[in-house]
Design a protein around this ligand. Structure first.
Ligand code: IPD
Length: 274
């Protein structure tokens, strides 16, 4: 298994570089944008082309592996079914809105699971040439440099990442704004990068104490969850309970205490399941 995992890891890094090349090439050109679930839920030809290319390469090399990809799921509207098999969960372009606006925080995100556990996480930010990697039990790195979370233990001294997300449902939006209000009044500040994958990498890098979002999907978070965990962090549901990667909610933080403090300030939103 050790040998097999090493081979899969090397392939994931190689595929991330390939995806990165395609994203970089399209980044400086005019984009063809379509909308999905809401007027702010975007997809471009690049999302679809990168996913197809990566899926084909994975299936050729590992025909017995399973694949869950953002654009494949969006196209056929099917629910994700996660088995114990090796499963690649991919977001070809996390931060599509950034991509459309030529904002450089755009990531290819790839998490590999076995027995429903994330064992490999690779996130590549091609415009900034940042390769984030993690293998379960072996730490996480950016361009080979080891990552570790911040040592701040209280929300009042913390910097937090919270996103607006892509839902335009008025009730969802007002709850999100209220949640931002209650967290912001108790911490140093709030920022957002427009990519769940990058947000988790920022917490893993020790710049922020936590990242909170309702409405993300499994492909936005699986790779980043392992990168954060291997940097010493924790991932939970927005209630502070055990995370369910299909439940579309996350608090990723440097420590349990900050999760408990944030969870106590949030009004929960039920966004359904992947
Ligand atoms: C989006 C990003 C963003 C988050 C949205 C996601 P996409 O993913 O991760 O940070 O706020 O909820 O949908 O659509 O660009 O892959």
């Amino acid at each position: 298994l050790e040998h097999e995992l090493e081979d899969i890891y090397n392939t994931a890094v190689e595929l991330a570089r390939k995806a990165g090349e395609a994203i970089r090439e399209a980044f400086y050109k005019e984009k063809n944008v379509e909308i999905k679930q809401s007027a702010a839920d975007l997809v471009t030809e690049t999302d679809q082309a990168v996913e197809k290319m990566i899926q084909d390469l994975i299936m050729k090399k590992y025909p017995h592996h399973k694949f869950i990809g953002e654009e494949t799921v969006s196209a056929d509207g099917s629910a994700c079914s996660l088995t114990d098999d090796f499963t690649w969960i991919i977001d070809p372009v996390d931060g599509t809105t950034n991509f459309v606006h030529s904002i450089p925080e755009v990531a290819f995100s790839c998490g590999i699971l076995v027995n429903k556990q994330v064992v490999i996480g690779v996130i590549y930010v091609p415009i900034l040439d940042q390769m984030y990697t993690a293998k379960k039990g072996q730490g996480s790195f950016v361009n080979g440099k080891k990552l570790s979370v911040s040592s701040v233990k209280e929300l009042k001294s913390a910097a937090i990442i919270m996103e607006g997300g892509s839902s335009r449902d008025p009730d969802v939006l007002s709850t999100k704004i209220n949640n931002i209000h209650s967290v912001l009044k108790s911490c140093h500040g709030i920022r957002a990068y427009g990519s769940a994958a990058i947000n988790l990498c920022k917490v893993a890098s020790g710049m922020y104490e936590a990242y909170v979002e309702f409405g993300i999907h499994c492909w936005d978070i699986v790779a980043g969850m392992l990168i954060l965990q291997e940097a010493g962090g924790v991932n939970k549901d927005t209630t502070g309970e055990e995370i369910d990667i299909m439940r579309r909610r996350i608090i990723g933080a440097n420590c349990e205490n900050i999760i408990t403090e944030i969870a106590s300030k949030l009004t929960q939103i039920d966004v359904g399941r992947d």
